[in-house]
Design a protein around this ligand. Structure first.
Ligand code: GLN
Length: 191
């Protein structure tokens, strides 16, 4: 399976390694010509959502990416990727990709507390999943058809709405491949 990894900024290389370990075929999206390649899914990595939004806008990729997601392309957003996909961001009133019925709080734990490691159950996966948070947001609210997949300390940290999967944590930074495997199954199901 060919998975586009948005490689404008942030932790994209770690996602590519994870996908390769699982036998998928990742490629980097740095400019519109990359985006035009055939693909079975898209990963939007963690990093800095404001920087990624600016680059997506400058490269005129924001609209094509949004349209592809709305047309059903499976997408997995981690951390900054979650922020870009959320329809609502607390205290900020401008459009991002804004395709998913979630409300997020950015840097929600405070600058220091936002970085920690824990393990928690994840709906549809067995055992506890290692979760690394880095200046993390959390999901304050889900609406519509959005399903909560994981919670930590009373906050939602993973959710799914149809073809869209988001985590506030960084599964690409741990050895456990199960969240990426979950996403690849979403991509496979759409093929
Ligand atoms: N705090 C970052 C933002 O608002 C996200 C942090 C991350 O992706 N690790 O974009």
């Amino acid at each position: 399976m060919r998975i586009a990894v948005l490689a404008l900024q942030g932790a994209f290389a770690e996602h590519e390694r994870m996908l390769s370990r699982l036998g998928a075929d990742p490629f980097e999206v740095r400019q519109p010509a990359d985006w035009d390649q055939p693909k079975d899914g898209l990963i939007i990595p963690g990093g800095e959502s404001t920087t990624q939004l600016k680059l997506l806008t400058d490269l005129q990729l924001l609209e094509p990416v949004r349209r592809a997601i709305e047309a059903g392309l499976p997408v997995f957003g981690t951390c900054a990727g979650l922020i870009l996909l959320s329809k609502h961001v607390e205290g900020e009133d401008f459009d991002r990709l804004s395709t998913m019925d979630t409300t997020v709080c950015r840097n929600a734990y405070g600058r220091q507390l936002g970085s920690f490691h824990t393990e928690a159950p994840f709906k549809g996966l067995s055992g506890k999943i290692p979760m690394t948070f880095i200046r993390a947001p959390y999901i304050k609210r889900v609406e519509g058809k959005t399903e909560v997949l994981a919670e930590v300390g009373g906050h939602i940290v993973a959710a799914r709405e149809g073809n869209q999967l988001v985590t506030a944590f960084h599964p690409e930074l741990n050895a456990d491949t199960s969240v990426h495997n979950y996403f690849l199954q979403m991509c496979q199901a759409r093929k």
